[in-house]
Design a protein around this ligand. Structure first.
Ligand code: DQA
Length: 145
């Protein structure tokens, strides 16, 4: 079964305890379980990783991308400034979908720009956890083309 990497950046380990208005009520493990279930129906294994550290995310990408078919990533605040993560996504040569639980376009001005999105085939923002399920569909359509 081919694998999709499901990657979460800083503070997303605290989903459920963070501001529900922006991030919804579900925990990270609930979200991961939902993604795993819908990906399985389309024939994909999900390999999950969360870290509060930029370098750990990049190490994971470098190690796991060669064995995977695609990436779904919510980089958290790294979205807005991590050129290193952008480069690691490009170097992976994998199709990547960026997901944000909140609508980053309607919050503080500094959240509006994503430096990682240009490394992705698509960005989904503001659809809470359903954004991840849409990301699985987008990746699948891209991979079966
Ligand atoms: C987030 C949006 C980011 O701006 C923020 O720093 C996060 C979560 C989202 O899922 O809406 O930690 O990526």
């Amino acid at each position: 079964m081919s694998a999709i990497l499901l990657i979460h950046g800083p503070n997303l380990n605290r989903l459920g305890a963070r501001d529900n208005k922006h991030y919804g009520e579900r925990s990270l493990s609930d979200i991961e379980a939902g993604v795993r279930e819908s990906a399985k129906k389309l024939g994909y294994d999900i390999k999950t990783f969360q870290s509060n550290h930029e370098g750990a995310l990049i190490d994971f990408l470098q190690k796991e991308a060669p064995k995977a078919s695609g990436i779904i990533i919510n980089p958290g605040a790294l979205t807005h400034y991590s050129y290193a993560l952008h480069d690691a996504l490009v170097d992976s040569r994998l199709p990547c979908v960026e997901v944000h639980l909140s609508d980053i376009g309607s919050r503080e001005p500094w959240r509006r720009n994503s430096v990682t999105a240009p490394a992705c085939i698509s960005q989904i923002s503001g659809k809470k956890e359903s954004g991840y399920l849409e990301a699985v569909e987008i990746l699948h359509k891209h991979l079966v083309k």
